[in-house]
Design a protein around this ligand. Structure first.
Ligand code: NAD
Length: 439
């Protein structure tokens, strides 16, 4: 019997396994931190069992029309880790390495971050696997609207509230909100505004949200310096990543007299021992898309960046950047994790042995979720807080959280990361203990 040739268009071969992250399993690494913290507070086994897994994992595949008229398939994720303390909350990432493992790890970290700061939110994270640098603004808008449509039944202003992350910004959040509001009925439309935070001001965003994560990083640095009577004036910082978190950290630190001696991004690294002007560098990045070729700098390699002479190092790019070799070469005495999950556990051990303090991500970069919470509250109450109020609340919250972590670490003889996770874990443990595990 002869086989008939199919006349249908062949189904394209799926992309290489999209559930594996090229640099390692972030979810498994976060679980190592949780295990250590669980031991420190003798967490009951059943709570550890629940928290070791996300509640929901949503994977969507959707078509988007490209500018050339052809269609391309995209894969998006939303992982909802835990919501015992409040609605799932966490960013949306656009990056070519986005995968289920990565989103799982980042969603779990959000649960601990909200719990640590006593913010009534849970943890979630999402993303779409593509490189936004290779797409036009119009294509990114269509990808965002189609992804939002695919996710619409699984997010909501009292259920799961996205925010910006790597590769997304207030514009992307505005499109997300607008798509969601248009799906909602006319009567409910305005109540839907707070389905997402990190929006622009005209779309219901909060003053101070854009700079909030960098501002929070700097509050951690000033608290650390105050405890040690370490004068920050004239000191130096190296920052990996010059996007939202990295650039605001550099700008705010410059006001305190801390100079940026090296930075880098997806294209390369630059240095200037005399200091890089973060405002002019920001202008260069806005025009060219990268710190590379900034005229008042010399190019350096990634290895040279991590070995550079500086007092403070702020990883503010992606996860899993500081491994064993970086940890051995780092000269800074303080590392403040602007990025989520930048340090491998093996590197943590080396840094501890070398006496380098690491302020962990769930404490250091929490300014973003804190002001996102303020934005959500303002939307809910139809209020607009002025910048002074937002900044003052953020400062108070960051100092309070830093104090909780520092004191707990001191009391229990823990590193700051284990202490931070233990505080978050303990808040969640108490919620389960009060409510019980149904049925
Ligand atoms: P962003 O997209 O604005 O900036 C990311 C920066 O990292 C860019 O400069 C980019 O070029 C650089 N980068 C990308 N790949 C790189 C690579 N392979 N090597 C070196 N640099 C690279 O993102 P962002 O919002 O500033 O987020 C940075 C980190 O901070 C992420 O880990 C994110 O999860 C975390 N974070 C962000 C917020 C927020 O409010 N934006 C809040 C909490 C945590």
């Amino acid at each position: 019997m002869s086989k008939e040739k199919s006349s249908a268009t062949p189904v394209p071969t799926p992309a290489a396994d999209s559930t594996q992250h090229p640099k390692g399993n972030l979810g498994a690494i976060v679980n190592i931190h949780i295990d250590r913290a669980a031991k420190a507070i003798s967490l009951p086994e059943e709570i550890a069992l629940i928290l070791g897994q996300p509640k929901n994992e949503i994977i969507v595949h959707f078509p988007v029309r490209m500018d050339n008229g052809k269609y391309q398939m995209f894969t998006g994720y939303r992982v909802q880790h835990n919501n015992i303390l409040g609605p799932f909350k966490g960013g949306i990432r656009y990056h070519q390495d986005v995968c289920l493992e990565e989103v799982r790890g980042l969603a779990s970290a959000m649960t601990w971050k909200s719990a640590l700061h006593d913010i009534p939110f849970g943890g979630g994270k999402g993303g779409v696997q593509f490189d936004p640098n290779l797409h036009s603004i119009a294509e990114i808008e269509r990808i965002t609207r189609r992804f939002t449509h695919a996710l619409a039944g699984s997010i909501g202003p009292e259920y799961d509230i996205p925010a910006p992350d790597v590769g997304t910004n207030s514009q992307v959040m505005n499109w997300l909100m607008d798509t969601y509001m248009n799906i909602a009925g006319a009567l409910d439309k305005n109540a839907m505004r707070r389905v997402v935070t990190g929006k622009s001001l005209t779309s219901g965003g909060s003053l101070g949200r854009e700079a909030a994560t960098g501002a929070g990083v700097v509050h951690c640095i000033t608290e650390w310096a105050k405890d040690r009577r370490f004068d920050l004036t004239g000191k130096t910082v190296a920052i990996q990543g010059f996007g939202n978190v990295g650039s605001f950290t550099a700008k705010i630190l410059s006001k305190l007299g801390v100079s940026l001696v090296a930075t880098g991004d997806y294209k390369g690294y630059v240095a200037n021992a005399e200091g890089l002007n973060p405002h002019k560098l920001g202008e260069h990045v806005r025009k060219t898309g990268s710190v590379v070729d900034y005229k008042h700098s010399k190019p350096i390699s990634r290895e040279e960046f991590f070995a550079i002479e500086c007092d403070i190092l702020v990883p503010a790019a992606l996860e899993l950047e500081i491994g064993e070799s970086e940890a051995r070469n780092i000269k800074a005495r303080l590392i403040v994790e602007g990025a989520n999950g930048p340090t491998y556990p093996e590197a943590d051990t080396i840094l501890n042995e070398r006496g380098i303090t690491v302020v962990p991500d769930i404490l250091a970069n929490s300014g973003g979720v804190t002001v996102s919470y303020y934005e959500w509250l303002q939307n809910k109450r139809s209020e607009r807080w002025d910048l002074e109020e937002v900044d003052a609340r953020l400062e108070k919250q960051m100092k309070r959280s830093y104090g909780w972590v520092r004191d707990f670490a001191h009391e229990k003889r823990l590193d700051l990361r284990t202490a931070a996770y233990a505080i978050g874990l303990d808040r969640i443990r108490r919620a389960y203990a009060d409510r019980g595990i149904w049925p």
